[in-house]
Design a protein around this ligand. Sequence first.
Ligand SMILES: Cc1cc2nc3c(=O)[nH]c(=O)nc-3n(C[C@H](O)[C@H](O)[C@H](O)COP(=O)(O)O)c2cc1C
Length: 217
Amino acid sequence: MNDSNAAEPVATNPYTFCEHDMEYARIAPIMGRLWSPIAAVTSNWQGKSNAQIAVAIAAASIVPDMPRVLLQIYKNNYSHDLIYNSGSFALNFIRRDQLQLIKDFGLVSGRDTDKLSDVGHVFRETGSPILDDCWGFLDCRVVNAMDGGDMTCFLADVLEGETLTQAEPLYWRDARREIPAEWNEEWDRKITGEIEVSKQRMPNIDLKPWLPTGQES
Ligand SMILES: Cc1cc2nc3c(=O)[nH]c(=O)nc-3n(C[C@H](O)[C@H](O)[C@H](O)COP(=O)(O)O)c2cc1C
């Protein structure tokens, strides 16, 4: 994008959320099943590595030799800017015996601590950390991104990956029953606050096209 484009006003979206009186409970069994297995989403930008938990992940290609995924990351997260600016991330799906990672990666922010200092990892194709120990990983490069107001939805090519075990991956609905009560309470407190932030931000969708840092001029 050249400088004259950068100076153009950002398109505003005439979006308003459609009013309805539907009870969420009526669709909760459907919505709950749309979350993916739990992944540690790792990222690296300008020498800073981080990991967060995500379940808003979907397959996004029907072509076996051109695999793609969709990943939604909330703007409040430290990981968001690392992914947005580097244009890459890795999905490290966790095993059933790796519950501790939900707390270490999903209940605290990389702004406050170096989450990967004690977790073995290597850097491969995209430069995002790949955990030594997980259910399986996908190393991904972002090809486009869509603003959702409170979060960004990243479409990414899968450049490399491996399934490391034949066992079943871990889903949040099962993990919730296995983690200590304090973690569940901590999660409920965190998500309650984040829902309020999302409510404010969701209508403000920015239609500006995505370009990774370094490709903007
Ligand atoms: C089970 C679970 C699922 C989560 N799913 C997502 C998700 O899909 N997208 C997202 O942005 N955050 C998700 N989170 C929240 C982040 O993992 C959490 O806010 C984290 O502390 C962000 O870390 P960071 O600030 O270091 O990036 C999830 C958390 C948990 C515990």
